[in-house]
Design a protein around this ligand. Structure first.
Ligand SMILES: Nc1ncnc2c1ncn2[C@@H]1O[C@H](COP(=O)(O)OP(=O)(O)OP(=O)(O)O)[C@@H](O)[C@H]1O
Ligand SMILES: [Mg+2]
Length: 252
C-alpha cells in the first residue's frame, strides 16, 4: 500500500510519510480554519509535484470563488483544468430550491444535475475516469447532511461506501460547531484531521491535530500551522499547549 503526499509542508512526517493510498480522510474545523485551503493545496500539489490529477467537488462555495481565492496563493486552477489535470464539479445541494439562484454554467466546471448522493457519485466517477484522477477533495459534506430529509448518518455512510470504490485518495471537509460531539463522518473516515483555532492571550493560534489515522502510528500532539503566502505550513517540531481557550470548541 503506497502513501499519498499531503502537499502540506510539515504534515507528512506526523503521519508516517503521507495518507494511506485510497483512504478517506476527514478535515474538520470551525469557520475560517483553513479547510478549503488545505484541500485545494492537496489537489494543486498533487498535480504539480506528483503528476496526480485531481477532482474538486464544491458543495458550498462556488467554483469561481474557490478559483479566485486560490490565486492569492499563486495557484492557477484554470490552467490545470485546461490541461485536464483537474476537474471541478459544482454540487450545491441547495441550488435546486426555489429560493436559491441557479448558478451560471461555466467552462471550468460541470454542475451536478442532482442532489442525490448516488447521482453525484456517478458524476465524480465519470470525471475521475476522464482525467485518471488519483486525488479527490469534497468541500464540504456539511450541506449534504443538512439538505435531505434522510438521516444524516445514512447519507454520509452511502457517500463513504461509494467513495471506497474509487481509485482515489479522498479528503473531505466538515464543519465543527461549539460543543459538538463526534459526528458520523468522524467514525466512518479512515483518518480525521482537526484544524483548531485557539485564543491565547491576545492572539489567535492555529493548531493541527491528527485525531485518527487507521493503520498509521501517527503523532498525538497539537502542532501550530500557519496560512502563509504559498498556503498552509505545519510546524511539526513545535507544539501548542491545549490549555489555551479554543475559539470555536469552547463556544456553545
Ligand atoms: N493569503 C493569505 N495569507 C494568510 N492567511 C490567509 C490568506 N488567505 C486566506 N487566509 C486565511 O485563511 C482563512 C480562510 O481559509 P479557508 O477558506 O481555507 O477556511 P475554511 O475553513 O475553508 O473556511 P470556511 O469555514 O469559510 O469554509 C481566512 O480566514 C484567512 O484568515
Ligand atoms: Mg471553506
Amino acid at each position: 500500500m503506497g502513501t499519498v503526499k499531503s502537499a502540506i509542508p510539515g504534515l507528512d512526517e506526523l503521519i508516517e510519510g503521507g495518507y494511506v493510498e485510497n483512504d478517506i480522510i476527514l478535515v474538520t474545523g470551525g469557520p475560517g480554519a483553513g479547510k478549503t485551503t488545505f484541500g485545494v493545496q492537496y489537489l494543486i500539489g498533487g498535480v504539480t509535484n506528483y503528476n496526480e490529477p485531481g477532482i474538486l467537488v464544491a458543495m458550498e462555495e462556488t467554483p469561481s470563488r474557490i478559483i479566485r481565492d486560490s490565486w492569492r496563493f499563486g495557484w492557477d486552477m484554470e490552467k490545470l483544468i485546461s490541461r485536464k489535470k483537474l476537474k471541478i464539479i459544482y454540487a450545491n445541494p441547495f441550488k435546486y430550491t426555489k429560493f436559491a439562484k441557479t448558478p451560471e454554467n461555466s467552462p471550468v466546471c460541470s454542475i451536478a444535475a442532482s442532489k442525490n448522493v448516488g447521482d453525484i457519485f456517478r458524476q465524480i466517477q465519470d470525471a475521475a475516469g476522464e482525467i485518471k484522477a488519483r486525488r479527490l477533495f469534497i468541500d464540504s459534506i456539511t450541506s449534504l447532511k443538512l439538505s435531505s430529509d434522510a438521516d444524516a448518518r445514512d447519507i454520509v455512510s452511502e457517500l463513504v461506501k461509494n467513495l471506497e470504490y474509487l481509485d482515489c485518495t479522498t479528503l473531505m471537509t466538515s464543519e465543527i460547531y461549539g460543543g459538538q460531539s463526534f459526528s458520523v463522518e468522524e467514525y466512518l473516515s479512515a483518518g480525521v484531521i482537526r484544524l483548531h483555532v485557539f485564543r491565547a492571550g491576545g492572539s489567535r493560534v492555529r493548531a493541527i491535530e491528527i485525531l485518527k489515522m487507521r493503520g498509521v502510528k501517527h503523532d498525538d500532539s497539537l502542532h501550530p500551522y500557519d496560512i502563509q503566502e504559498k498556503g498552509i505550513v505545519v510546524h511539526p517540531t513545535e507544539t501548542v499547549m491545549n490549555d489555551a481557550v479554543s475559539l470555536f470548541d469552547a463556544v456553545g
